[in-house]
Write a protein that binds this ligand. Structure first.
Ligand SMILES: C[S@@+](CC[C@H](N)C(=O)[O-])C[C@H]1O[C@@H](n2cnc3c(N)ncnc32)[C@H](O)[C@@H]1O
Ligand code: SF4
Length: 383
């Protein structure tokens, strides 16, 4: 099997800034698409010099709102990747799309460019919730976008946000049942279900919006697990659910601690050579990133070797989010070390006895009770 190797492209622009979102995204007028296109291509050339022997298994256009990119930019990036690297025959190419900037023509252009998976920020199918979330689209538009996407792409996913203030268990249960019914009618095999978090720097934070309390958050999380399981969309990650085989291969690269290049403002990357992993980080401000690429041909701001301890921590932090958990075999392949040898044995035994972890010869997994308290478990395991 080809080892996974992903390429992430960050498009930092949106039509409007949602009040909950702390992603590296902003609203800007008059974006010079040609400049951005040339900058992405220059960055791809730059990274290929180090990694041209790897076969690319996934590409992900994330944002911001990549459905605002020119289709010629998307096509040029995909063509350049295929010219610089061998690509896996199963290459997954995802683009994120917002219903308010995604029309049939955009989808057809992206599909012709080589995108074969679309991830749509629906957020809700309720007009009141969408207005509370500051979205520019209504429920009807979100549904029409999903219908159009599913006619054009074999693989489609959508995001929903739950646990907003005042949302009751009954309300979420029904919304989720209806949403999954709609998804399966359209042959959509993947959904991402996020609990609303209030992040510093967002308008919700400024307005002192209170997140759902832990008790109601936990109850809604349990409902999410129960309904998705019953309806054929089991969780494979704490917030991601899919029909078997429809999991997002690109995001699995992050969660499994495998390698990827990150291109675009604020993008991170991970590159391993002989079990030493380096992190890469690009300038976060879009104009700074663009200036750096134009003047020096590269926008990588920092390149730093991870210590064994840092690498262990990040693999545990990401891997325990997955239903499959942490694999001893994969850990050894990635780091040359024994996974079990890195933990305090008493801590592992305690968490297993309390029903938070499941441990076998090859795996350490969080149980469903464990997944609900993942931060506390990680604290105990890593500190
Ligand atoms: C880059 S956006 C998806 C594409 C597009 N920008 C859009 O919003 O339609 C990533 C997703 O993260 C989720 N998200 C962002 N901030 C969040 C927050 N504070 N709480 C919960 N989910 C959040 C939303 O579901 C959003 O669709
Ligand atoms: S949720 Fe999506 S559309 Fe809204 S600001 Fe964040 S990235 Fe932009």
């Amino acid at each position: 099997m080809t080892p996974a190797f992903g390429i992430y492209i960050h498009w930092p622009f949106c039509q409007s800034k949602c009040p909950y979102c702390d992603f590296n995204s902003l609203v800007a007028a008059g974006i010079d698409q040609e400049k951005w296109r040339n900058a992405y291509l220059a960055e791809l050339n730059h990274y290929a010099s180090d990694t041209a022997d790897r076969a690319v298994t996934s590409v992900f256009f994330g944002g911001g709102t990549p459905s605002l990119m020119d289709k010629t930019t998307v096509a040029a990036v995909i063509d350049r990747i295929a010219a610089l690297w061998p690509v896996s025959p199963e290459l997954e190419i995802t683009a994120e799309a917002n219903p308010s900037s995604a029309e049939v023509a955009v989808f057809e252009g992206f599909n012709a460019a080589g995108v074969n998976r679309l991830s749509i920020g629906a957020q809700s199918f309720n007009d009141r919730t969408l207005s509370f979330l500051g979205r520019l689209h209504g429920a009807e538009e979100a549904k029409n976008t999903l219908e159009a996407a599913s006619r054009i792409f074999d693989r489609v996913s959508f995001d929903l946000i739950y646990a907003h203030p005042g949302q009751s268990a009954e309300n979420w249960r029904q919304e989720l049942i209806d949403s999954l019914q709609f998804a399966s009618e359209l042959n959509i095999g993947h959904v991402s279900l996020y609990q609303l978090t209030i992040e510093p720097g967002t308008n919700f934070h400024r307005d002192r919006m209170a997140p759902a309390d832990d008790e109601i958050g936990g109850q809604l999380f349990e409902i999410t697990q129960e309904i998705t399981e019953k309806n054929g969309y089991p969780a494979y990650e704490i917030s991601n659910h899919a029909w078997p085989g429809q999991e997002c291969r690109h995001n699995l690269v992050y969660w499994r601690g495998e390698d990827y290049i990150g291109i675009g403002p604020g993008a991170h990357g991970r590159l391993t050579t002989d079990i030493i992993t380096e992190t890469t980080l690009c300038h976060r401000a879009p104009e700074k990133w663009l200036d750096a690429v134009q003047s020096t041909g590269a926008a990588c701001q920092k390149r730093q070797k991870l210590t064994g301890e840092e690498r262990f921590e990040e693999i545990v932090l990401m891997g325990l989010r997955l239903k499959e958990g942490l694999s001893q075999q994969r850990f050894r392949q990635l780091t040359g070390q024994s996974l079990f040898g890195k933990f305090d044995r008493d801590n592992l035994q305690f968490l297993e006895k309390e029903g938070f972890l499941e441990i076998s010869d090859d795996y350490i997994r969080a149980t469903s009770t464990g997944l609900q308290r993942l931060n506390a478990i990680l604290d105990r395991l890593l500190n």
